[in-house]
Design a protein around this ligand. Structure first.
Ligand code: SAH
Length: 256
């Protein structure tokens, strides 16, 4: 078969490092009966090693040329969904079971895709993603750190997050301009905090971080008074980056 010509617009950087692939599979630890779905299988760098451990694997891929290659493999255990993952309804894959999601994601859509998946977090057992290293740092950041922001709070509201390991750009073909890392997201089984209104919560988080160097009192001026913030035992003179996820939840629950 002719060598595949990768496409920039689909963020195609194929893994070609056997040691990294093995490390990812070990972290995922697939069990035969897992309902697993891979986003962006490409030529199958992860898909076929996963299939050695699974009964079947769903893959969601947007590129027709790639799909044609995967179909030629003639593996009935590979269930191909030709679709944009941003529109894919993950909940349709299972009835009562939960799905496990994996993917070496195209970096240009990784944030919207994670937000799309968080909407289905109740049917997801866990997610393992290869992302830009900086994005993994932001997702897993703790209060008080420079990288802690809206993405950290929104993901950690839904999931437990773990930075698993760093992957240098030399592990891909063609190599991307930035380094990568593997992250594990595990949706909370018992939510540790509950926002009464999700869109209000998300609006409050965005507003609180809108100007990173400003205090809560300033950024939240149009939503809450300093006295309201203080009534929760939160100092209105702090910057948003000092607050725990729970604090944002409590603030948003004041808005009604
Ligand atoms: N998992 C493979 C390929 C990673 S490259 C590997 O590790 O080698 C990213 C893959 O995501 C490509 O196959 C690309 O075609 C696919 N992709 C890009 N945008 C997509 C989208 N919106 N929905 C589904 N797949 C997408």
């Amino acid at each position: 078969m002719k060598k595949y010509q990768t496409k920039k617009r689909f963020g195609q950087h194929f893994l070609n490092d056997a040691a990294v692939i093995q490390k990812i599979i070990n972290e995922i630890n697939p069990l035969e009966t897992d309902q697993m779905v891979e986003i962006g299988p490409g030529l199958g760098a992860l898909s076929f090693p996963l299939l050695r451990r699974l009964k079947q694997l769903h893959v969601v891929e947007i590129d027709r040329d790639i799909i044609a290659r995967l179909e030629k493999k003639n593996d009935p255990r590979l269930i191909i969904h030709e679709q944009d993952a941003l529109d894919f309804n993950f909940a349709e894959l299972v009835n009562d079971d939960k799905i496990r999601v994996v993917g070496n994601l195209p970096y240009n859509i990784s944030t919207p895709l994670i937000f799309h998946l968080l909407e289905s977090s109740r049917i997801i057992q866990d997610m393992h993603f290869m992302l830009q290293n900086e994005v993994v740092k932001r997702i897993t950041a703790q209060p008080g750190s420079k990288t802690y922001g809206r993405l950290s709070v929104m993901v950690q509201y839904h999931c437990q997050t773990e930075y698993l390991f760093f992957v240098g750009s030399g592990s891909f073909s063609p190599p991307p301009k930035v380094d990568s890392a593997i992250v594990r997201l595990t949706p909370w089984k018992q939510a540790p905090f509950k926002a009464e209104n999700k869109s209000r919560f998300s609006g409050l988080v965005s507003t609180a971080f809108s100007m990173r160097r400003k205090t809560l009192r300033n950024n939240l001026k149009k939503m809450l008074t300093a006295a309201q913030i203080e009534s929760l035992g939160i100092d209105p003179g702090l910057r948003a980056e000092m607050l725990k996820v729970e604090d944002f939840v409590r603030l948003s629950n004041l808005l009604s």
